[in-house]
Design a protein around this ligand. Structure first.
Ligand code: FAD
Ligand code: EPU
Length: 338
């Protein structure tokens, strides 16, 4: 039953734990709900889809109609010898979907285990981890367009996926709600264990027979040791993106800072871990009141309890300014600021 609630506290619905209030709030459980809710949105209120609230920072009460996405369901649409095409409801929990694929022997997203949030949010910033990005397995994304009042489907190419980026962060923002995502997964695994310490962990655990479950388990284990659990300390994962700079800029920095890490993106572009830059500026483990920079992963800003959204935002400004000052690099925020 589609109902509209007013003045809803969002504290338990965002992983930073910010107590923002939504003027209007509805739970969307089906594609048909999108058409219905359209009639109930007051003039002047954009829509703000909410999944798991794990990539958002509320610095104020949103002037928006919050649509909490709970569209469920996983359907096998078709298969051939090598692949399956699965359509997943946008409100499915991402990690549950990964586990479903691992259990059924569908390969491609095992490295993306334990990323918080929903299936529908995965294409928004093209989630990625441990050498895999979700764009590698997305066939198409279907959404309700609130401007045109129609369902639209974009194929992979039209989604314009980039590093933590897609078309959905641009012109479409505030005007659409993803309802389903179509994935193409492989029946034959192609293990990708070259990132970070996946290989070492597998060895340490004595795993010689690779399986989707083994890779998923190891990724889960590594993530648990590195990243703070939002159920314990409020956070939204990486607050900043890793900056991509011209190769020449990287080489000039390397002359001054020989230890600076860099990953080749292309012949002309190098990605520098923002965690390293932030750590060099002395922020790792910084804490002031209830806000701070995590002690194991400086890319993650944290709320120890009563921090406000503005506290975290101002801290992010200080971090950006000091990295700019020391290295001449402008960090960009990854988290959606509301
Ligand atoms: P929300 O935070 O609810 O929403 C994020 C944005 O997407 C908002 O702008 C929202 O309006 C929009 N949106 C959400 N659902 C829809 C929809 N159905 N239709 C249209 N717009 C929508 N991210 C990574 O890429 N890699 C990681 O390794 C990673 N690790 C993390 C670790 C931790 C501990 C945390 C807290 C976060 C991490 N993240 C990571 C970030 C986060 O998990 C992802 O961005 C995730 O996709 C967010 O999903 P969500 O459902 O919580 O989105
Ligand atoms: N590093 C430091 N100090 C630290 C931690 C890391 O200098 O305290 C440097 C090291 O050089 C290390 C490098 O940063 O090798 C990379 O660290 P890590 O493997 O932890 O990954 P990251 O670049 O910090 C990115 C993603 C994460 C994703 C991991 C694993 C971004 C913005 N973040 O982090 O995604 O889980 O890789 O693939 O790209 C997220 O988006 O919210 C997120 C958590």
């Amino acid at each position: 039953m589609l109902t509209v609630q007013q003045n809803i506290n969002l504290q338990s619905l965002n992983t930073f734990g910010m107590p923002a209030h939504a003027p209007f709030f509805s739970v969307i459980r089906s594609a048909a709900d999108c058409e219905q809710i359209q009639q109930l949105i007051p003039e002047g209120y954009p829509v703000l889809p909410l999944g798991g609230g794990s990539n958002m920072l509320f610095t104020q009460d949103p002037h928006a109609f919050i649509l909490k996405n709970e569209i469920k369901g996983i359907t096998l649409v078709k298969e051939d010898e090598g692949s399956v095409w699965l359509e997943a409801g946008a409100g499915e929990v991402w990690h549950d979907f990964v586990l479903y694929c691992v259990e059924h022997g569908y390969a491609g997203i095992e490295n993306l285990s334990l990323i918080p949030g929903t299936v529908g949010a995965a294409p928004i910033q093209n989630i990625g981890a441990y050498g895999v990005e979700v764009k590698q397995v997305i066939e198409s994304v279907t959404y309700w367009n609130f401007d045109k009042q129609v369902f639209e489907t974009l194929n992979n190419e039209a989604c314009n996926f980039g590093y933590r980026d897609s078309i959905f962060k641009g012109a479409l923002k505030g005007k659409f709600l993803v309802t389903t995502v179509l994935f193409r997964l492989s029946k034959v695994p192609h293990f990708n264990i070259s990132y970070g310490n996946i290989k070492e962990e597998l060895e340490q655990q004595g795993i010689t027979d690779l399986s989707l479950k083994a890779v998923s388990d190891v990724v889960i284990h590594i993530r648990r040791t590195k990243l703070p659990d939002p159920a314990v300390i409020g956070n939204a994962g990486s607050f900043f993106k890793n900056p991509e700079v011209p190769k020449a800029t990287y080489e000039a920095l390397k002359a001054n800072y020989p230890a600076i890490p860099g990953y080749v993106v292309s012949d002309t572009v190098t990605k520098i871990p923002a965690a390293w830059l932030i750590e060099q500026c002395g922020w790792k483990g910084f804490r002031e009141g209830d806000y701070g920079v995590h002690q194991r992963q400086p890319l993650v800003l944290v709320n120890y309890g009563q921090a406000k959204g503005e506290d975290i935002y101002r801290l992010s400004e200080r971090v950006i300014a000091s990295v700019k000052d020391k290295f001449g690099i402008s960090l960009e925020r990854e988290v959606q600021i509301i």
